[in-house]
Design a protein. Structure first.
Length: 448
């Protein structure tokens, strides 16, 4: 509980968070510091422009002009801080120093007004420059750390109390303090109640911003956690599956599933077993890795979700994990890309003096159920249905037909209605017996 509170306040190193989450938060904070530096630089340029443009009283003592010195000091500090933000990670202690320095320079500049204009100290308490306090406090909200907002607000309050104390301390004859509002508004006299109003305003704004950032920080940490979880899931699930799981916001439990109309594509390497006999274990793993690295990138752009890696085979779904109106057309377009990728791979293997790799693919469609199976200890997100079995049988049947890719007439006709463009090389096969399927099937040859 204590660590959770510290994390919300932005104190400590988020020890209960995974390193990847902590690193993401650090990057966000570094980006925020760059933005803070840019805004601070803009503010100092605005201060300088306003000072140059402001009319100077004729009686101004040219030997006493502290404002340019304050502006110059703040300009140099802002440049150094901006350089550090873009070149290095700014540590927390430096951010704290920067917060206090912001307020110190602002209060120092306000304090100098009575010297600049040859007025009693109470003169500076009416300077409108105080409103910049709220800008500096709001800047600290960009980092999503409550402690810096509170530090900025407290620094402003302490600074203003010191300015008030200075006015009262130099007023030896008690002539500056008044309870008359009209006198306060029309002279250099001060109204204690008015100064307390300013302090209360700073305190309230600080509190509201701190509360808002505290709530936003909880959402930030939760969002980063979920993003990291999705990235981790993508290493075990297809990326589409991982995003669906993360977006659902529900815990994975065995038995949950949904029925959808989908297309299934089965992919397999021809003559894989004899090929493995010529390879060492390391060569075999490298071969499978290269095969999958060539197939997967051409499948996913068509909306395909890898359901399983089956050694030398792939089971890919279209419209199962995520509903699609073009699932059949996407499946056939993916097969075309698979065949093109296989041809490119074999061309490279030929140039390297390696034997070609035969790859077969087949597509079928129908109603499937996708969901979670297994027990509480081990889960698997999979697709079940007759279309899965049919696509596997058709892929095996490509060897019998001596072709590289087949599709059932059903999925082919459906793809045409979904915008798929038929190719002149496509051949229709009528009433073909397929091993493992009871009734003959009408087929379409997609690749010879």
């Amino acid at each position: 509980m204590r660590q959770t509170i510290l994390d919300i306040l932005g104190i400590g190193e988020h020890r209960d968070l995974p390193e990847s989450v902590r690193e993401t938060i650090r990057r966000q904070q570094d980006d925020s510091e760059k933005l803070v530096g840019i805004i601070q630089f803009t503010i100092i340029m605005l201060f300088a422009a306003l000072y140059i443009a402001a009319p100077k009283p004729p009686s101004m003592n040219l030997m006493i002009q502290p404002i340019p010195w304050f502006l110059g000091g703040y300009f140099l500090f802002t440049l150094a801080r901006l350089w550090l933000a873009f070149r290095h990670h700014i540590p927390g202690w430096f951010v704290s120093v920067s917060v206090v320095m912001d307020m110190t320079l602002l209060m120092g500049m306000i304090w100098s007004f009575h010297l600049q204009y040859n007025q009693p100290p109470s003169f500076y308490l009416k300077a409108p420059t105080l409103i910049y306090v709220f800008i500096f406090i709001a800047l600290r909200a960009l980092r999503f750390e409550v402690r810096y907002i509170v530090l900025a607000g407290m620094s402003a309050i302490i600074g203003w109390l010191l300015l008030m104390g200075y006015v009262i301390s130099v007023d030896l004859f008690d002539q500056m303090v008044t309870r008359d509002y009209v006198a306060y508004m029309t002279s250099n006299k001060i109204l204690i109640g008015a100064e307390i109003d300013k302090i209360v305003s700073i305190l309230v704004v600080t509190g509201i911003l701190a509360l808002a950032v505290m709530r936003a920080r909880v959402l930030l940490i939760q969002s980063v956690r979920e993003a990291a979880a999705t990235q981790s899931l993508s290493r075990f699930f297809d990326s589409t599956v991982a995003k669906e799981i993360a977006a659902s916001g529900e815990a994975l439990t065995p038995g949950s599933g949904v029925a959808r109309n989908a297309a299934i594509v089965s992919i397999d390497i021809r003559g894989f077993t004899p090929l493995t006999l010529t390879m060492t274990p390391g060569q075999l793993v490298s071969f499978i890795t290269e095969y999958q690295s060539r197939m997967v990138p051409v499948i996913t752009p068509h909306g395909g979700a890898i359901d399983k890696f089956l050694g030398d085979g792939l089971l890919v779904t279209f419209g199962a994990v995520k509903k699609s109106a073009t699932y059949a057309a996407d499946a056939l377009n993916a097969i075309e890309s698979i065949m093109a990728a296989a041809d490119a791979w074999n061309h490279e293997r030929y140039q390297q003096g390696l034997p070609p790799v035969g790859i077969g693919a087949a597509a079928a469609s129908g109603s499937v159920v996708c969901g979670v199976i297994g027990d509480a200890e081990r889960l698997e997100y999979t697709v079940l249905g007759d279309a899965v079995n049919v696509s596997a049988k058709l892929e095996s049947h490509t060897k019998y037909e001596k072709v590289r890719a087949l599709a059932s007439a059903e999925v082919y006709g459906l793809a045409l209605t979904q915008g798929y463009e038929p190719k002149p090389a496509h051949r229709h096969l009528t009433a073909r017996p397929v091993g493992g399927i009871h009734d003959p099937m009408d087929l379409v040859v997609l690749a010879e």
